[in-house]
Design a protein around this ligand. Structure first.
Ligand code: PLP
Length: 475
Protein backbone atom coordinates (compact mmCIF):
# COMPACT_ATOMS: atom_id res chain seq x y z
CA UNK A 1 0.00 0.00 0.00
CA UNK A 2 1.21 3.48 -0.73
CA UNK A 3 1.41 6.12 1.96
CA UNK A 4 -0.78 8.95 0.78
CA UNK A 5 0.35 11.12 3.69
CA UNK A 6 -3.15 11.36 5.06
CA UNK A 7 -2.05 10.26 8.52
CA UNK A 8 -0.25 12.79 10.68
CA UNK A 9 2.25 10.48 12.38
CA UNK A 10 5.86 10.77 11.25
CA UNK A 11 7.19 7.78 9.34
CA UNK A 12 9.41 5.33 11.24
CA UNK A 13 13.10 5.37 10.32
CA UNK A 14 12.97 1.76 9.13
CA UNK A 15 10.31 2.70 6.60
CA UNK A 16 12.26 5.42 4.82
CA UNK A 17 13.60 3.30 2.02
CA UNK A 18 10.46 1.31 1.41
CA UNK A 19 7.89 4.05 1.72
CA UNK A 20 6.21 4.76 -1.58
CA UNK A 21 5.16 8.38 -1.31
CA UNK A 22 2.50 9.70 -3.59
CA UNK A 23 3.81 13.18 -4.27
CA UNK A 24 0.90 15.56 -4.69
CA UNK A 25 1.62 19.05 -6.01
CA UNK A 26 0.89 20.78 -2.72
CA UNK A 27 2.64 22.10 0.38
CA UNK A 28 2.13 20.01 3.50
CA UNK A 29 3.93 20.36 6.84
CA UNK A 30 3.29 17.73 9.46
CA UNK A 31 6.27 17.84 11.85
CA UNK A 32 8.59 20.46 13.23
CA UNK A 33 11.23 21.39 10.62
CA UNK A 34 13.53 19.51 10.58
CA UNK A 35 11.44 16.53 11.66
CA UNK A 36 12.70 13.73 13.92
CA UNK A 37 13.95 11.43 11.16
CA UNK A 38 15.80 14.26 9.46
CA UNK A 39 17.29 15.26 12.79
CA UNK A 40 18.55 11.71 13.35
CA UNK A 41 20.09 11.62 9.85
CA UNK A 42 21.72 14.97 10.53
CA UNK A 43 23.43 13.50 13.58
CA UNK A 44 24.84 10.64 11.44
CA UNK A 45 25.97 13.16 8.84
CA UNK A 46 27.79 15.32 11.37
CA UNK A 47 30.05 12.37 12.20
CA UNK A 48 31.15 11.62 8.63
CA UNK A 49 30.46 14.53 6.26
CA UNK A 50 32.93 17.39 6.12
CA UNK A 51 31.86 20.58 7.88
CA UNK A 52 32.99 22.35 4.71
CA UNK A 53 29.83 21.06 3.04
CA UNK A 54 26.81 23.04 4.22
CA UNK A 55 23.07 22.52 3.78
CA UNK A 56 20.62 25.40 3.63
CA UNK A 57 17.83 23.44 5.33
CA UNK A 58 18.70 20.08 6.94
CA UNK A 59 15.59 18.21 5.86
CA UNK A 60 16.59 14.93 4.23
CA UNK A 61 14.76 14.19 1.02
CA UNK A 62 12.94 10.94 0.29
CA UNK A 63 11.19 11.74 -2.98
CA UNK A 64 10.47 14.56 -5.39
CA UNK A 65 8.18 15.17 -8.34
CA UNK A 66 7.37 18.24 -10.39
CA UNK A 67 7.82 21.28 -8.16
CA UNK A 68 7.48 19.42 -4.83
CA UNK A 69 10.07 17.66 -2.67
CA UNK A 70 9.10 15.35 0.19
CA UNK A 71 11.33 14.81 3.18
CA UNK A 72 11.82 11.63 5.20
CA UNK A 73 9.29 12.85 7.78
CA UNK A 74 6.63 13.22 5.10
CA UNK A 75 6.72 17.02 4.83
CA UNK A 76 6.10 18.43 1.36
CA UNK A 77 7.94 21.56 0.25
CA UNK A 78 7.30 23.86 -2.70
CA UNK A 79 10.72 23.88 -4.32
CA UNK A 80 11.64 27.39 -5.49
CA UNK A 81 15.30 26.41 -5.91
CA UNK A 82 15.27 23.27 -8.09
CA UNK A 83 18.62 22.20 -6.61
CA UNK A 84 19.98 25.61 -7.71
CA UNK A 85 18.45 25.64 -11.15
CA UNK A 86 19.13 22.00 -12.05
CA UNK A 87 15.78 20.24 -12.20
CA UNK A 88 14.50 22.93 -14.55
CA UNK A 89 12.00 20.71 -16.32
CA UNK A 90 10.70 19.35 -12.98
CA UNK A 91 11.78 16.69 -10.50
CA UNK A 92 11.70 13.09 -11.81
CA UNK A 93 10.23 14.22 -15.12
CA UNK A 94 8.89 11.01 -16.72
CA UNK A 95 10.71 11.26 -20.05
CA UNK A 96 14.06 11.93 -18.34
CA UNK A 97 13.56 8.97 -16.01
CA UNK A 98 12.63 6.71 -18.95
CA UNK A 99 15.62 7.83 -21.04
CA UNK A 100 18.03 7.25 -18.15
CA UNK A 101 16.61 3.80 -17.38
CA UNK A 102 16.72 2.75 -21.01
CA UNK A 103 20.28 3.99 -21.49
CA UNK A 104 21.41 2.31 -18.25
CA UNK A 105 20.14 -1.00 -19.60
CA UNK A 106 22.00 -0.55 -22.91
CA UNK A 107 25.35 0.58 -21.49
CA UNK A 108 26.42 2.99 -18.75
CA UNK A 109 29.98 3.84 -19.63
CA UNK A 110 32.62 3.24 -22.27
CA UNK A 111 34.42 6.60 -22.24
CA UNK A 112 33.88 8.65 -25.37
CA UNK A 113 37.65 9.11 -25.83
CA UNK A 114 38.10 5.31 -25.88
CA UNK A 115 35.05 4.09 -27.83
CA UNK A 116 32.45 6.73 -28.75
CA UNK A 117 28.63 6.56 -28.89
CA UNK A 118 25.81 8.45 -30.60
CA UNK A 119 24.30 10.11 -27.51
CA UNK A 120 27.34 12.37 -27.08
CA UNK A 121 27.16 13.42 -30.73
CA UNK A 122 23.41 14.11 -30.45
CA UNK A 123 23.90 16.39 -27.43
CA UNK A 124 26.58 18.30 -29.37
CA UNK A 125 24.17 18.64 -32.32
CA UNK A 126 21.41 19.96 -30.04
CA UNK A 127 23.78 22.44 -28.41
CA UNK A 128 25.01 23.64 -31.81
CA UNK A 129 21.41 24.12 -32.90
CA UNK A 130 20.10 25.93 -29.82
CA UNK A 131 22.99 28.13 -28.64
CA UNK A 132 22.96 31.69 -30.06
CA UNK A 133 24.57 32.42 -33.44
CA UNK A 134 24.33 31.02 -36.98
CA UNK A 135 27.81 29.65 -37.51
CA UNK A 136 29.56 26.29 -37.32
CA UNK A 137 29.78 25.22 -33.67
CA UNK A 138 31.44 22.38 -31.82
CA UNK A 139 31.29 21.13 -28.22
CA UNK A 140 33.18 19.25 -25.55
CA UNK A 141 31.17 17.55 -22.80
CA UNK A 142 32.32 17.40 -19.19
CA UNK A 143 30.76 16.89 -15.76
CA UNK A 144 30.22 20.12 -13.86
CA UNK A 145 29.86 23.83 -14.24
CA UNK A 146 33.27 24.63 -12.82
CA UNK A 147 34.79 22.10 -15.21
CA UNK A 148 33.06 23.88 -18.11
CA UNK A 149 34.55 27.19 -16.97
CA UNK A 150 38.00 25.59 -16.67
CA UNK A 151 37.72 24.16 -20.18
CA UNK A 152 36.44 27.42 -21.62
CA UNK A 153 39.53 29.18 -20.27
CA UNK A 154 41.86 26.46 -21.59
CA UNK A 155 40.27 26.58 -25.04
CA UNK A 156 40.44 30.38 -25.21
CA UNK A 157 44.09 30.41 -24.12
CA UNK A 158 45.04 27.80 -26.70
CA UNK A 159 43.21 29.66 -29.47
CA UNK A 160 44.57 33.12 -28.64
CA UNK A 161 47.98 32.21 -27.27
CA UNK A 162 47.28 34.74 -24.49
CA UNK A 163 47.38 34.37 -20.72
CA UNK A 164 44.87 36.65 -19.00
CA UNK A 165 41.30 35.85 -17.94
CA UNK A 166 38.81 38.61 -17.15
CA UNK A 167 35.60 38.29 -15.17
CA UNK A 168 33.09 40.81 -13.83
CA UNK A 169 32.43 42.08 -10.34
CA UNK A 170 29.78 39.99 -8.51
CA UNK A 171 30.60 36.94 -10.68
CA UNK A 172 30.42 33.32 -9.55
CA UNK A 173 32.12 30.61 -11.59
CA UNK A 174 32.77 27.63 -9.28
CA UNK A 175 34.82 26.07 -6.52
CA UNK A 176 37.86 24.57 -8.29
CA UNK A 177 41.32 26.03 -7.89
CA UNK A 178 41.03 28.20 -11.03
CA UNK A 179 37.38 29.17 -10.64
CA UNK A 180 37.67 30.18 -6.98
CA UNK A 181 39.95 32.97 -8.20
CA UNK A 182 37.25 34.02 -10.71
CA UNK A 183 34.56 34.57 -8.06
CA UNK A 184 33.87 38.01 -6.64
CA UNK A 185 33.39 36.80 -3.07
CA UNK A 186 36.44 35.42 -1.28
CA UNK A 187 34.33 34.19 1.62
CA UNK A 188 33.47 31.32 1.58
CA UNK A 189 34.86 30.30 -1.82
CA UNK A 190 38.54 31.27 -1.67
CA UNK A 191 39.38 32.33 1.87
CA UNK A 192 42.23 30.18 3.17
CA UNK A 193 42.47 28.12 -0.03
CA UNK A 194 45.19 30.21 -1.70
CA UNK A 195 47.48 30.85 -3.42
CA UNK A 196 44.94 31.77 -6.07
CA UNK A 197 45.45 31.22 -9.80
CA UNK A 198 47.28 34.12 -11.41
CA UNK A 199 46.23 36.21 -14.41
CA UNK A 200 42.60 36.52 -13.31
CA UNK A 201 41.23 40.09 -13.42
CA UNK A 202 37.97 41.45 -12.00
CA UNK A 203 36.42 44.19 -14.13
CA UNK A 204 33.51 46.46 -13.17
CA UNK A 205 30.10 45.12 -14.22
CA UNK A 206 26.66 46.53 -15.06
CA UNK A 207 24.39 46.69 -12.00
CA UNK A 208 21.72 49.23 -13.00
CA UNK A 209 19.91 49.33 -9.64
CA UNK A 210 23.09 50.56 -7.94
CA UNK A 211 25.28 52.17 -10.60
CA UNK A 212 22.55 53.99 -12.54
CA UNK A 213 24.62 53.65 -15.72
CA UNK A 214 23.26 52.95 -19.20
CA UNK A 215 24.57 49.90 -20.98
CA UNK A 216 26.86 52.08 -23.11
CA UNK A 217 28.28 53.88 -20.05
CA UNK A 218 28.84 50.66 -18.12
CA UNK A 219 30.51 49.08 -21.18
CA UNK A 220 32.94 52.03 -21.46
CA UNK A 221 33.84 51.57 -17.79
CA UNK A 222 34.42 47.80 -18.23
CA UNK A 223 36.39 48.20 -21.48
CA UNK A 224 38.57 50.95 -19.99
CA UNK A 225 39.51 48.54 -17.21
CA UNK A 226 40.25 45.67 -19.63
CA UNK A 227 42.27 47.92 -21.90
CA UNK A 228 44.29 49.73 -19.21
CA UNK A 229 44.75 47.14 -16.47
CA UNK A 230 45.28 44.05 -18.67
CA UNK A 231 45.72 45.20 -22.28
CA UNK A 232 43.91 43.39 -25.08
CA UNK A 233 47.08 41.76 -26.44
CA UNK A 234 47.43 39.71 -23.22
CA UNK A 235 43.71 38.97 -22.75
CA UNK A 236 42.57 35.46 -23.75
CA UNK A 237 38.94 35.67 -22.63
CA UNK A 238 36.23 37.62 -20.88
CA UNK A 239 33.85 35.29 -19.00
CA UNK A 240 30.40 36.76 -18.25
CA UNK A 241 27.13 35.45 -16.82
CA UNK A 242 24.40 37.16 -18.93
CA UNK A 243 22.28 37.32 -15.76
CA UNK A 244 24.54 36.94 -12.74
CA UNK A 245 23.50 34.03 -10.52
CA UNK A 246 25.01 33.86 -7.04
CA UNK A 247 25.80 37.59 -7.25
CA UNK A 248 22.09 38.36 -7.07
CA UNK A 249 20.43 37.96 -10.50
CA UNK A 250 21.71 41.27 -11.79
CA UNK A 251 20.27 42.00 -15.21
CA UNK A 252 22.75 44.15 -17.14
CA UNK A 253 21.59 47.38 -18.80
CA UNK A 254 20.52 47.12 -22.45
CA UNK A 255 23.40 47.29 -24.89
CA UNK A 256 26.05 46.36 -22.31
CA UNK A 257 26.77 42.79 -23.40
CA UNK A 258 26.78 43.39 -27.20
CA UNK A 259 29.15 46.35 -26.66
CA UNK A 260 31.56 44.10 -24.77
CA UNK A 261 31.30 41.41 -27.46
CA UNK A 262 32.02 44.01 -30.15
CA UNK A 263 35.16 45.13 -28.33
CA UNK A 264 36.27 41.51 -27.74
CA UNK A 265 35.79 40.63 -31.43
CA UNK A 266 37.70 43.71 -32.56
CA UNK A 267 40.55 42.86 -30.19
CA UNK A 268 40.82 39.09 -30.69
CA UNK A 269 39.47 38.31 -27.21
CA UNK A 270 37.21 35.24 -26.80
CA UNK A 271 34.00 36.27 -25.03
CA UNK A 272 32.44 33.43 -23.08
CA UNK A 273 28.85 33.29 -21.80
CA UNK A 274 28.59 31.43 -18.51
CA UNK A 275 25.00 30.20 -19.02
CA UNK A 276 25.40 27.49 -16.39
CA UNK A 277 22.59 28.91 -14.24
CA UNK A 278 20.70 31.08 -16.74
CA UNK A 279 20.62 28.69 -19.71
CA UNK A 280 18.46 25.76 -20.86
CA UNK A 281 15.02 27.44 -21.06
CA UNK A 282 15.19 28.90 -17.57
CA UNK A 283 14.85 32.56 -18.54
CA UNK A 284 12.11 32.04 -21.15
CA UNK A 285 14.66 31.67 -23.94
CA UNK A 286 17.01 28.76 -24.49
CA UNK A 287 19.87 31.00 -23.38
CA UNK A 288 19.63 34.26 -21.42
CA UNK A 289 22.14 35.90 -23.79
CA UNK A 290 19.26 36.08 -26.30
CA UNK A 291 17.43 38.65 -24.12
CA UNK A 292 20.27 41.06 -24.74
CA UNK A 293 21.01 40.36 -28.41
CA UNK A 294 24.36 38.91 -27.35
CA UNK A 295 25.99 36.26 -29.56
CA UNK A 296 28.91 34.90 -27.52
CA UNK A 297 31.94 33.11 -28.98
CA UNK A 298 31.59 30.25 -26.47
CA UNK A 299 28.65 29.19 -24.28
CA UNK A 300 29.03 27.21 -21.04
CA UNK A 301 26.16 24.98 -19.93
CA UNK A 302 25.66 22.65 -16.96
CA UNK A 303 23.01 22.76 -14.19
CA UNK A 304 19.68 22.37 -16.08
CA UNK A 305 21.03 20.55 -19.12
CA UNK A 306 20.30 16.95 -18.11
CA UNK A 307 17.30 17.11 -15.76
CA UNK A 308 19.43 16.50 -12.67
CA UNK A 309 22.13 14.22 -14.07
CA UNK A 310 25.68 15.59 -14.03
CA UNK A 311 26.63 16.98 -17.43
CA UNK A 312 28.25 20.17 -18.68
CA UNK A 313 29.46 21.52 -21.98
CA UNK A 314 31.54 24.14 -23.72
CA UNK A 315 29.97 25.00 -27.09
CA UNK A 316 31.09 27.58 -29.60
CA UNK A 317 32.77 28.72 -32.76
CA UNK A 318 34.29 25.71 -34.48
CA UNK A 319 37.62 27.42 -35.18
CA UNK A 320 38.06 28.26 -31.47
CA UNK A 321 36.95 24.81 -30.29
CA UNK A 322 39.28 23.11 -32.80
CA UNK A 323 42.41 24.95 -31.71
CA UNK A 324 43.05 22.34 -29.00
CA UNK A 325 45.30 19.37 -29.77
CA UNK A 326 43.71 15.85 -29.81
CA UNK A 327 43.68 14.52 -26.25
CA UNK A 328 43.86 18.02 -24.76
CA UNK A 329 40.17 18.04 -23.84
CA UNK A 330 38.09 15.36 -22.12
CA UNK A 331 37.95 13.39 -18.89
CA UNK A 332 36.84 9.97 -17.71
CA UNK A 333 33.21 10.74 -16.98
CA UNK A 334 32.74 13.57 -19.50
CA UNK A 335 29.60 13.11 -21.56
CA UNK A 336 28.43 10.05 -19.63
CA UNK A 337 25.89 8.13 -21.77
CA UNK A 338 23.14 8.19 -19.13
CA UNK A 339 23.59 11.95 -18.64
CA UNK A 340 23.56 12.43 -22.43
CA UNK A 341 20.35 10.41 -22.81
CA UNK A 342 18.77 12.53 -20.08
CA UNK A 343 19.93 15.74 -21.81
CA UNK A 344 18.38 14.63 -25.11
CA UNK A 345 15.10 14.03 -23.23
CA UNK A 346 15.38 17.53 -21.71
CA UNK A 347 15.77 19.17 -25.14
CA UNK A 348 12.80 17.12 -26.41
CA UNK A 349 10.67 18.12 -23.42
CA UNK A 350 11.46 21.82 -23.91
CA UNK A 351 10.00 21.55 -27.42
CA UNK A 352 7.15 19.11 -26.70
CA UNK A 353 5.89 20.86 -23.57
CA UNK A 354 6.48 24.48 -24.64
CA UNK A 355 8.77 25.02 -21.68
CA UNK A 356 10.00 28.38 -22.97
CA UNK A 357 6.38 29.50 -22.69
CA UNK A 358 6.10 27.97 -19.21
CA UNK A 359 9.17 29.94 -18.09
CA UNK A 360 7.57 33.13 -19.41
CA UNK A 361 4.34 32.28 -17.56
CA UNK A 362 6.23 31.75 -14.30
CA UNK A 363 8.10 35.04 -14.78
CA UNK A 364 4.81 36.90 -15.28
CA UNK A 365 3.09 35.28 -12.29
CA UNK A 366 6.08 35.90 -10.02
CA UNK A 367 6.34 39.51 -11.19
CA UNK A 368 2.64 40.11 -10.48
CA UNK A 369 2.85 38.56 -7.00
CA UNK A 370 6.16 40.19 -6.10
CA UNK A 371 4.94 43.61 -7.29
CA UNK A 372 2.02 43.32 -4.87
CA UNK A 373 4.50 42.53 -2.09
CA UNK A 374 6.77 45.42 -3.12
CA UNK A 375 3.79 47.80 -2.88
CA UNK A 376 3.15 46.50 0.63
CA UNK A 377 6.68 46.33 2.05
CA UNK A 378 9.32 49.03 1.59
CA UNK A 379 12.19 46.58 2.21
CA UNK A 380 11.72 45.20 -1.32
CA UNK A 381 13.99 47.51 -3.30
CA UNK A 382 13.92 45.90 -6.70
CA UNK A 383 12.30 43.00 -8.57
CA UNK A 384 14.41 41.77 -11.46
CA UNK A 385 15.11 38.81 -13.73
CA UNK A 386 13.60 36.94 -16.64
CA UNK A 387 11.27 33.94 -16.73
CA UNK A 388 11.89 31.41 -13.98
CA UNK A 389 14.97 33.36 -12.84
CA UNK A 390 13.57 36.20 -10.74
CA UNK A 391 14.86 37.90 -7.61
CA UNK A 392 14.08 40.60 -5.09
CA UNK A 393 16.80 42.73 -3.54
CA UNK A 394 16.03 43.70 0.04
CA UNK A 395 16.98 47.09 1.47
CA UNK A 396 16.66 48.69 4.88
CA UNK A 397 13.12 49.59 6.04
CA UNK A 398 11.90 53.16 6.07
CA UNK A 399 14.32 54.31 3.41
CA UNK A 400 12.66 52.88 0.33
CA UNK A 401 14.60 53.09 -2.87
CA UNK A 402 16.89 55.94 -1.90
CA UNK A 403 19.74 54.41 0.13
CA UNK A 404 19.55 50.82 -1.17
CA UNK A 405 21.48 49.59 1.86
CA UNK A 406 21.59 45.77 1.86
CA UNK A 407 19.23 44.03 4.28
CA UNK A 408 20.82 40.64 4.82
CA UNK A 409 18.99 40.17 8.15
CA UNK A 410 15.62 40.25 6.39
CA UNK A 411 16.81 37.89 3.64
CA UNK A 412 17.97 35.37 6.20
CA UNK A 413 14.84 35.68 8.39
CA UNK A 414 12.47 35.35 5.41
CA UNK A 415 14.21 32.32 3.89
CA UNK A 416 14.33 30.61 7.30
CA UNK A 417 10.61 31.30 7.90
CA UNK A 418 9.80 30.03 4.41
CA UNK A 419 11.67 26.76 5.02
CA UNK A 420 9.83 26.25 8.30
CA UNK A 421 6.52 26.69 6.47
CA UNK A 422 7.19 24.47 3.48
CA UNK A 423 8.80 26.75 0.90
CA UNK A 424 12.40 26.17 -0.21
CA UNK A 425 13.67 29.65 -1.01
CA UNK A 426 17.26 30.35 -2.03
CA UNK A 427 19.25 33.39 -1.03
CA UNK A 428 21.89 35.12 -3.16
CA UNK A 429 23.65 38.44 -3.48
CA UNK A 430 27.17 39.65 -2.80
CA UNK A 431 25.84 41.19 0.44
CA UNK A 432 23.42 38.34 1.24
CA UNK A 433 20.73 40.83 0.24
CA UNK A 434 18.79 38.91 -2.42
CA UNK A 435 16.04 36.28 -2.41
CA UNK A 436 16.01 34.34 -5.65
CA UNK A 437 13.22 32.43 -7.34
CA UNK A 438 14.69 29.63 -9.42
CA UNK A 439 11.87 27.08 -9.59
CA UNK A 440 11.32 24.25 -11.98
CA UNK A 441 9.09 24.99 -14.96
CA UNK A 442 6.56 22.53 -13.51
CA UNK A 443 5.60 25.14 -10.87
CA UNK A 444 1.89 25.93 -11.27
CA UNK A 445 0.39 29.38 -10.76
CA UNK A 446 -1.52 28.14 -7.71
CA UNK A 447 1.74 26.97 -6.10
CA UNK A 448 3.25 30.39 -6.88
CA UNK A 449 0.33 32.08 -5.12
CA UNK A 450 0.66 29.74 -2.14
CA UNK A 451 4.45 30.22 -1.89
CA UNK A 452 4.15 34.00 -2.13
CA UNK A 453 1.52 34.00 0.65
CA UNK A 454 4.11 32.27 2.87
CA UNK A 455 6.69 34.89 1.89
CA UNK A 456 4.16 37.64 2.65
CA UNK A 457 3.69 36.16 6.14
CA UNK A 458 7.47 35.85 6.51
CA UNK A 459 8.06 39.54 5.75
CA UNK A 460 5.24 40.55 8.11
CA UNK A 461 6.68 38.35 10.88
CA UNK A 462 10.14 39.86 10.37
CA UNK A 463 8.73 43.40 10.48
CA UNK A 464 6.76 42.58 13.65
CA UNK A 465 9.87 41.12 15.32
CA UNK A 466 11.82 44.30 14.48
CA UNK A 467 9.08 46.52 15.90
CA UNK A 468 8.95 44.42 19.07
CA UNK A 469 12.73 44.64 19.48
CA UNK A 470 12.67 48.43 18.97
CA UNK A 471 9.84 48.84 21.49
CA UNK A 472 11.69 46.68 24.02
CA UNK A 473 14.96 48.60 23.61
CA UNK A 474 13.23 52.00 23.99
CA UNK A 475 11.97 51.09 27.49
C1 PLP B 1 26.74 26.79 -10.38
C2 PLP B 1 27.54 27.67 -11.28
C3 PLP B 1 28.84 27.35 -11.65
C4 PLP B 1 29.55 26.14 -11.12
O1 PLP B 1 28.90 24.96 -11.46
P1 PLP B 1 29.20 23.61 -10.63
O2 PLP B 1 28.47 22.56 -11.38
O3 PLP B 1 28.68 23.85 -9.26
O4 PLP B 1 30.67 23.42 -10.65
C5 PLP B 1 29.49 28.20 -12.52
N1 PLP B 1 28.89 29.30 -13.01
C6 PLP B 1 27.63 29.65 -12.66
C7 PLP B 1 27.02 30.88 -13.24
C8 PLP B 1 26.92 28.86 -11.78
O5 PLP B 1 25.68 29.21 -11.40
Amino acid sequence: MTDTLTDSAPIAAADIASTQYVVTQERKIRTAIPGPISAALHERRRAVVSDGVSSMLPVYIAKANGAIVVDVDGNQFIDLGAGIGVTTIGHTEASVVAAAVEQSQDFIHTLFTVTPYEEYVRVAELLAEHTPGDFAKKSVLINSGAEAVENGVKIARKYTGRRAVAVLDHAYHGRTVLTMAMNYKAMPYATGYGPLASDVYHAPSSYPYHDGLTGAEAAVRTITYLDKVIGASDLACLVVEPIQGEGGFMVPADGYLPALQKWCTANGVVMIADEIQSGMARSGKYFASEHFGWIPDLVLTAKGIAGGFPLAAVTGRAEIMDASQPGGLGGTFGGNPVSCAAAIAVFDAIEANNLLGEAVRIGKSLTTGLTALKNKYDIIGEIRGHGAMMAIELVQPGTGDTTKTPNAAAVSAISTYAGQHGVLLLTAGTYGNVLRFLPSLALSDSLIIDALSVIDDAIAAHAAALTAALTASSH
